[in-house]
Design a protein around this ligand. Structure first.
Ligand code: NDP
Ligand code: OXD
Length: 312
């Protein structure tokens, strides 16, 4: 049996699609009557504290999200394997966000917006894409997809990951010891790391101060669609004010929804979106997890299982 336990999304709609995809395999929701011991899979998003109570026969916890940082902190998360969402549709949506914001900053949008507001005609030419270095932090599923889509646009792409990566056309940096070298040649910093104890707060004043200067008019740029826990928002406010950063695109925040009194709302070179960079699409999510459940019930191993000791 599959149990759905979803908050902040349309659980009824997901359930209907799961029932259609898995029939005759039973699919239930929290309000339904069912035997908790018959639940072998639970599909979760923002699970409540009692979400896993009584589920003694779980074979897997299935995460609606690609990021599992919050789920792994659930105080009563059972020992069953946690499977995360890895999907082409999600990757495409994230890359859409990354490409849109990288391109916008490369073409000096903030500068020309200010010129327009001041009715000022100054022919400042943006650099060629090849002269702009996009540094991607996190070279996993989403980082690699973003790199794959930025390269044909002509950008110079470098990456930073925990373990070395050999990706054609991308200069790879790995490990804490190469972080400064990675930052030192980066004009647009794109964060696609998972949130773990090692990466929490990594987007801070010290990091911003190490980015390359002189590449983009106005200063280097931060693009963060990963997690709010990566960023120190007071440092971002300061860096945008004193020119350490020329602009920032933020999709995620330390506290979500972003509080109405956050200073970030009022900064013209800070581009805010409300955690919408890449939604887990219902059709894609149901197809993905229905296939996983069927394969696992047929004796095949689970895929995309989270390594709990690494935190991602
Ligand atoms: P992956 O697990 O596939 O990739 C993670 C990458 O980060 C890997 O390359 C990994 O290195 C690297 N990494 C992890 N820890 C470190 C570290 N300490 N130092 C350097 N590199 C490190 O994740 P995804 O690409 O699928 O997703 C990334 C994140 O995007 C998610 O965790 C989630 O938080 C966020 N997200 C946000 C969404 C939104 O709408 N805003 C939507 C979906 C995801 P290595 O390869 O060596 O293991
Ligand atoms: C995710 C998200 O992790 O939407 O999938 O943030």
């Amino acid at each position: 049996m599959l149990l759905l336990h979803l908050s902040d999304v349309d659980e009824a709609s997901w359930a209907e699609k799961f029932r259609a995809a898995l029939a005759p395999y039973p699919v239930v929701r929290r309000g339904d009557s069912y035997d908790p011991k018959a639940v072998h899979y639970i599909f979760v998003w923002k699970p409540k504290p009692d979400a896993f109570d009584g589920l003694d026969n779980l074979r897997a916890v299935l995460s609606l999200g690609a990021g599992v940082d919050a789920l792994l902190k659930h105080p009563r998360l059972p020992a069953a394997p946690v499977v995360r969402f890895v999907d082409e549709d999600l990757s495409q949506r994230m890359s859409d966000y990354v490409v849109a914001h990288v391109t916008m900053h490369h073409r000096l949008h903030t500068r020309f917006q200010a010129d327009q507001a001041a009715r000022r005609w100054v022919q400042l030419y943006p650099p060629a894409a090849s002269q702009t270095v996009v540094g991607i932090m996190g070279m996993g599923v989403l980082g690699q997809d973003a790199a794959r889509r930025l390269l044909p646009l002509g950008f110079t792409v470098r990456s930073w990951s925990r373990t070395p990566k050999a990706i054609e056309g991308v200069e790879g940096f790995a490990g804490a010891e190469s972080f400064d070298a990675f930052l030192g040649g980066t004009d647009i910093l794109v964060n696609l790391l998972p949130l773990t104890p090692d990466t929490a707060g990594i987007l801070n004043s010290e990091t911003f101060g190490k980015l390359r200067r002189g590449g983009l008019d106005g200063g280097p740029v931060l693009v963060n669609p990963a997690r709010g826990g990566h960023q120190r928002e007071a440092d971002i406010v300061r860096a945008l004010g004193d020119g350490t950063l020329g602009a920032a695109s933020l999709d995620v925040f330390e506290v979500e929804p972003l509080p109405a009194d956050s200073r970030l709302w009022d900064i013209p070179n800070c581009y805010i979106t409300p955690h919408i960079a890449a939604i887990s699409n219902e059709e894609a999510g149901v197809a993905y997890y229905a296939a996983i459940i069927k394969a696992h019930e047929a004796g095949k191993p689970l895929i995309n299982v989270v390594d709990r000791s690494r935190g991602y």
